[in-house]
Design a protein around this ligand. Structure first.
Ligand SMILES: C=CC1=C(C)c2cc3[nH]c(cc4nc(cc5[nH]c(cc1n2)c(C)c5CCC(=O)O)C(CCC(=O)O)=C4C)c(C)c3C=C
Ligand SMILES: [Fe+2]
Ligand SMILES: [Fe+2]
Length: 348
């Protein structure tokens, strides 16, 4: 049976022109899984306030990280696709939730080159489940698959925040940085509004309600972004023998005034030097590809905050990007599925 792989990432604007950034932010923030407010309220907020005010600033930020080949997130996704093609027999394409290339473009390209295609395995470039990342990417791919009337079946890889191969790749990408001088390591994850965590709690009474909710077993964990981020942090720090007093777990990129998951990264970056942390390592495991949020928000703005508040050394650990162990993990999951193992896939 002929199978293919689509790596699904978030997407970037087509260029750093304000009009392209506006179009991208509009598509992104009008997604009801990102800003989960009634359509009219969302439209007034996004089109009337957020996009006009944010786009010029975002365009400047994108300019500061843009490469000759385009947005780092897209370029790295393409490089990862190319690296994976060398390891597996199945064709590979990339697709973005917002902007280009769209899932339809990826599906059309695969069908054109493989008319006998019977199944596409979608691999979300998100280790953790969140309504605003993993869920929207998967649901959009399903919607586009249905709309396109394709004859192939669509299958999805599950969130892999605790998968041994993913954790191994992440640990080995961090390990060389532990050889430099450091006092503390910050695990900074993209944040989400607390409201999204309550919404995803299938028990209605666990997440952010029970003390130490992320460590207390619950069926809520299947859809709990905080639990999944915390589990990645625990597994990595245990495996790398990093004691509790040497690491911090935090959330970045808050948008708007609603409470988001805490502690906030920016606050921690300002506080840590005052607690005696002078040499800091930072890793962002919610992102598998470097992007605006790692290269600008953390590596530039975050570094400035840390140094301005008394920090002396700030070292950013790159995302997995095209790390050979990450490519191996993806190749292994695809290979296992192709040979009949269903562990890594969601049944749809
Ligand atoms: C890791 C997964 C992500 C989650 C969860 C997520 C939630 C989320 N994001 C916003 C708003 C913005 N995010 C922006 C950029 C951005 N977000 C992610 C990933 C997650 N977002 C990535 C990989 C990127 C970088 C894209 C790139 O091109 O490099 C932006 C745009 C940039 C900016 O203006 O700052 C916005 C806006 C919300 C509101 C949200 C949850 C509700
Ligand atoms: Fe985001
Ligand atoms: Fe939870």
């Amino acid at each position: 049976m002929k199978k293919a792989v689509v790596l699904m990432n978030l997407g970037s604007p087509d260029s750093t022109d304000v009009k392209d950034v506006k179009r991208y932010l509009d598509e992104f923030l009008m997604d009801e899984r990102v800003i989960d407010k009634p359509w009219l309220f969302r439209a007034l907020l996004v089109k009337g306030i957020i996009v006009p005010f944010r786009a010029p600033k975002s365009a400047e930020a994108y300019k500061s990280i843009w490469t000759e080949k385009g947005s780092p997130l897209i370029v790295i996704s393409e490089q990862l696709g190319d690296a994976l093609k060398k390891e597996i027999a199945e064709p590979v394409a990339i697709a973005m939730r917002y902007g280009n290339p769209s899932p339809r473009a990826a599906f059309d390209e695969l069908v054109k080159n493989n008319p006998d295609l019977e199944e596409v395995i979608a691999v979300p470039m998100y280790p953790h489940y969140a309504m605003s990342s993993y869920e929207t990417a998967v649901e959009y791919a399903k919607e586009q698959h249905k709309k396109g009337g394709y004859s192939f079946k669509l299958t999805t890889i599950k969130p892999y925040y605790d998968n041994g191969d993913y954790i191994h790749a992440l640990c080995e990408s961090i390990r060389p940085h532990l050889e430099s001088e450091w006092d503390h390591i910050l695990f900074s994850y993209h944040g989400v509004p607390e409201r999204h965590i309550y919404k995803g709690d299938v028990t209605g009474q666990h997440c952010l309600k029970v003390p130490d909710c992320c460590d207390v077993p619950s069926p809520a964990h299947q859809y709990c972004y905080r639990h999944q981020c915390w589990t990645t942090t625990k597994l990595v720090t245990q495996r790398l023998n990093i004691p509790a007093e040497k690491f911090t777990f935090s959330f970045q990129s808050r948008l708007g005034r609603d409470p988001w998951l805490q502690p906030y990264t920016a606050q921690k970056l300002a506080e840590l030097p005052k607690e005696g942390v002078k040499k800091l390592l930072v890793v962002c495991p919610a992102f598998v590809s470097d992007c605006l949020e790692t290269l600008e928000e953390i590596a530039v703005e975050g570094k400035e905050t840390f140094l301005h508040n008394g920090g002396e050394r700030f070292e950013m650990i790159p995302c997995l990007n095209v790390h050979p162990l990450w490519v191996n993990a993806l190749a292994k999951w695809v290979g296992e599925y192709v040979s009949g193992k269903k562990e890594m896939v969601l049944e749809m």
